[in-house]
Design a binder for this molecule. Structure first.
Ligand code: ATP
Ligand code: MG
Length: 384
């Protein structure tokens, strides 16, 4: 009797002729997420089995696989030969000492002598006569014994289905460049797009020494959390100190954030193009703060030359975003109180609905191209 983990995949079956490709990417992502843990992944029809691991690593494997997009559900199971005696022995192992139970059987191997109803009845009967403290309750049992008779002469016996991360395997929907700040929203935006199968590179802007090194560490930590879902990421870090100093010196202070945003977009697009990312992703949510009005978005969009900008949080309330942030494990990091570059030189009254004309007029006081080049020269890369 061997302990294994059953991995069932989602949505992939919808992809018809691409199925083979999706399966290969998924298995690659599972391998990446289990790096450093002894294991073997075997393919069965419509599922994978993780085998050959040390028993005390079961929980760690489960928690890592729960972050792999494309997985629908997982179970920790006992694998036995398809013989009633062996199946019964495994069923005994997954029994709780007291309570009520039912047996759910599924038979993929139609040549097995009993059908699924008969398997359930036979195993249930034997369990009842072995464990005097157990009763059968088919409507609301306290635990379930699942018996899955596979095609290859083996049967899987288990209690629970754990929910997987869903979505599509990262890498099957191209690559995007996430503008990641130290806030709550942008890591969530990256998580949502990664769930749809997109590989994510990150770009962060700082204004050291106005922002401190802890603020930077915080972003590295956030990118690390995200990287557990994206099977690694590349964090590009860029200084916008000089840009902010120039805006501060030459432009109307009310336009600081608006103009800075436009620089961020320009720089992000250039890096995206250089590294083959096909879109930009931001954590903007409509109307959340002054710079996130539709006018603000128009202003920052207008400097983008060719890539689409995905704003997956646009329709979400803050509480919905916070819930997702907690679920992905980023919230506690995001709420650490370090300053972001957007709060440096912050005017008392930022312009709320900037007209494109007025922004462009203010910005015309700057040598945009040289500032962009200067910022790009500060690029520092951290592979996570
Ligand atoms: P977040 O919680 O992601 O910081 P926010 O609600 O604080 O979002 P803003 O600070 O207005 O919103 O930023 C809007 C978006 O602009 C962010 O979600 C992020 O995508 C991008 N952004 C802002 N600051 C930075 C930064 N320093 N580096 C990279 N991207 C940034
Ligand atoms: Mg922010």
């Amino acid at each position: 009797m061997e302990k294994v983990i059953i991995v069932r995949y989602s949505e992939i079956h919808l992809k018809g002729k691409n199925r083979g490709y999706f399966e290969r990417v998924l298995i690659l992502n599972m391998e990446k997420s289990l790096k450093g843990i002894k294991h073997e992944i075997k393919r069965q029809s419509g599922r994978y089995l993780v085998e050959g691991f040390e028993l005390d690593e079961t929980e760690e494997i489960l928690s890592r696989l729960k972050r792999v997009f494309g997985i629908h559900s997982l179970s920790v199971a006992l694998k036995v030969p398809t013989k009633m005696g062996a199946i019964f022995n495994a069923a005994k192992e997954v029994c709780f000492p007291v309570g009520s139970f039912k047996v759910n059987s599924h038979r993929a191997d139609k040549s097995f002598e009993l059908n699924s109803m008969q398997i359930s009845a036979e195993i249930g009967g034997r369990i009842l006569s072995t464990f005097k403290n157990l009763t059968v309750d088919v409507h609301d049992p306290s635990f379930i014994i699942n018996v899955d008779v596979r095609e290859n002469g083996t049967t899987l016996v288990f209690n629970e289905f754990f929910k997987g991360a869903g979505g599509m395997p990262v890498g099957t929907s191209g690559k995007g460049m996430l503008l990641i700040s130290g806030g709550i929203d942008s890591p969530v935006a990256g998580h949502m797009i990664a769930k749809r199968g997109m590989q994510i590179d990150c770009i962060h802007f700082h204004s050291y020494p106005y922002t401190n090194l802890q603020a930077r560490e915080k972003v590295v930590d956030l990118a690390k959390v995200l990287s557990k879902y994206t099977c690694g990421t590349r964090l590009n870090i860029i200084s916008v100190t000089q840009i902010q100093e120039e805006i501060h010196k030459k432009c109307n202070g009310e336009y600081m954030v608006t103009i800075l945003r436009r620089f961020m977009m320009r720089i992000a697009e250039r890096l995206a193009q250089k590294y083959g990312a096909q879109c930009l992703i931001t954590g903007e949510s409509l109307g959340q703060v002054a710079s996130q009005t539709i006018e603000g978005m128009t202003s920052s969009n207008s400097v983008i030359e060719s890539l689409p900008v995905l704003r997956p949080l646009c329709g979400f309330d803050k509480d919905e975003i916070i819930e997702r942030s907690r679920d992905m494990g980023a919230f506690e990091i995001s709420i650490q109180p370090f300053e972001d570059c957007c709060t440096v030189f912050l005017p008392k009254h930022p312009v709320i609905k900037p007209s494109l004309e007025s922004v462009e007029e203010e910005e015309s006081k700057l040598d945009v191209e040289n500032l962009v080049k200067g910022a790009l020269a500060s690029l520092e890369i951290i592979n996570l």
